[in-house]
Design a protein around this ligand. Structure first.
Ligand code: UD1
Ligand code: MG
Length: 471
């Protein structure tokens, strides 16, 4: 099968510098949704994308996609320099079509048409023309399907070219169609731009097919949302909700507990094991995997991260690019940044940031700490307010903390620095040299006590600030 995706239009109403087909829906460009469906429908097909408006950006995205995922290496593009209408757009793809196979026409801005619906349309067309039509309460703006007394499709008439009788027809053209490729060249070249918009309408091929005695068959999508296009931000937001609700439903059906299926956003892929619980307001981005019995508290943002069995992420935590081991306790209000690996039974508490660090099992940083570019052993306790000073203003340096170390509160470890096995650092230490194993290391001003009198309140102008006298 030939597959052509029309994606050259401007999408003016989006009011965006980003071409419409690259606008994200559930974290993926609209065009990617369409391509994924086509590749699921016909894995060996070489979809042709007609690009025009923002062609460079769309081409760059497709190249990027092909590099990421080899399924997309078969995707081809053709350039439509000027957007002269849907018929003109398909004409640009004509030289690349295999004449012995039917041609399925899709729109780059209709992202949720299902594989099942397209399959139905393709099978039904079988050498004839297949049209995906839809019945609408309010058909405003769409091309209308005109049928004869025997209910055979005769033509598609655009809203702007329609008389009141035709405008009252509620069956519309979704734009998705299957065409016999052999006749297509002749038809496309025969289209005239004699209409209200001065465009070459692809829909004119329907009358040509009828004239040539080729049957026009129609099919309908199983769900309303499948045929919806994105023309503005409102429609994009509506489809986002539709898709998020579907993703939530699939999670529920796979045994995931969602405290509210209306309050989860998955912008990528979320893979879950058994008995996973997800509280409200969480956002998942990229590829996230949650093993059995993982629990995610409310309002967490989790991106490209793997979380192992039985780990609990408490409310308001932010995880990005991390590997979290089993039985950890993270948050509330924890921030785990890229290239962090936590082993088993690690605790990272409130207002603790961990970046590019490995923390071995049973270690804890429970309050207000920064652990960056560090290797932390097992059973280490990192006290409140501890900071690894990894950055000297130019370069980053590593901190190594060996097993069974105890770090007192408010300690700064000025990297590169190493704390030996079993060492203790006294509270308030600024560590600039390695701390030997097994010993207490402390750097602290000597504590003194002196006689002292508290100042008394000034009588006059008591509410005014006493200014420094200047010369
Ligand atoms: C089109 C159909 C209309 C149908 C409606 C469904 C025609 C003449 N009309 O109208 O019957 O009800 O879609 O949404 O086909 N495109 C190009 N190059 C162009 C023009 C458009 O690639 O020169 C692409 C657009 O990017 C878009 C698709 O074709 O993906 C549809 O174009 P659009 O301008 O939205 O067509 P409509 O006027 O909505
Ligand atoms: Mg449109």
């Amino acid at each position: 099968m030939n597959i052509v995706i029309l994606a050259a239009g401007q999408g003016k109403r989006m009011k965006s510098a980003l071409p419409k087909v690259l606008q994200p829906l559930a974290g993926k460009p609209l065009l990617q949704h369409v391509l994924e469906t086509t590749l699921a429908l016909a894995p060996k097909a070489e979809p042709i994308v007609v690009i025009g408006h923002g062609a460079q950006q769309v081409q760059a995205f497709l190249t990027h996609l092909a590099n990421l995922d080899k399924r997309f290496r078969n995707v081809k593009t053709v350039l439509q320099k000027e957007q002269k209408g849907t018929g003109h757009a398909l004409l640009q793809a004509l030289p690349k079509l295999k004449s012995g196979l039917p041609t399925l026409v899709l729109y780059g801005d209709v992202p949720l048409c299902s594989k099942e619906t397209l399959n139905k349309l393709v099978r039904l067309s079988d050498g004839a023309v297949g049209l995906l039509t839809h019945h609408m309460q309010d058909p405003h703006g769409y091309g209308r399907i005109v049928r004869d007394v025997d209910n055979n499709v005769q033509a598609i008439v655009e809203e702007k070219d329609a008389n009141p009788a035709i405008r009252s027809i509620q069956e519309i053209n979704t734009g998705i169609m299957v065409l016999p490729t052999k006749q297509l060249g002749k038809w496309l070249k025969g289209i005239k731009a004699k209409n209200a918009q001065g465009e070459y309408y692809l829909t004119d091929v329907i009358t040509m097919a009828v004239g040539a005695g080729i049957p026009v068959r129609s099919a309908q999508a199983a769900h309303d949302y499948e045929i919806l296009g994105v023309n503005d931000r409102t429609q994009l937001a509506e489809l986002e909700r539709v898709l998020q609700r579907q993703i939530a439903q699939a999670l529920l059906e796979n045994g995931v507990t969602l405290f509210d299926p209306h309050r989860i956003d998955v912008r990528g892929e979320l893979r879950c094991g058994k008995d996973v619980w997800i509280d409200v307001g969480c956002v998942f981005e990229g590829i996230v995997t949650l093993a059995d019995q993982v629990r995610i508290g409310p309002y967490c943002v989790i991106k490209n991260t793997h979380i192992d069995e039985g780990t609990v992420i408490e409310a308001f935590s932010h995880l990005d690019g991390a590997k979290i081991g089993p039985a950890n306790r993270i948050g509330p209000y924890a921030r785990i940044r890229p290239d962090t690996e936590l082993a088993s039974d690690v605790h990272v508490g409130n207002f603790v940031e961990v970046k590019n660090s490995k923390i071995a099992s049973q270690s804890k940083a429970n309050h207000l700490a920064y652990v960056g570019d560090s290797i932390v052993g097992s059973r280490v306790n990192i006290g409140a307010g501890t900071i690894t000073c990894n950055y000297d203003g130019v370069n980053k340096h590593q901190t190594v903390i060996e097993d069974d170390v105890f770090i007192g509160s408010d300690t700064q470890l000025v990297a590169p620095v190493k704390v030996g096995r079993g060492a203790t650092l006294g509270a308030g230490t600024t560590l600039t040299k390695d701390a030997p194993a097994g010993k207490l290391t402390v750097s602290r001003a000597k504590q003194i006590s002196v006689e002292w009198q508290r100042p008394t309140k000034l009588k006059s102008a008591s509410s005014k600030v006493k200014k420094i006298a200047r010369k």
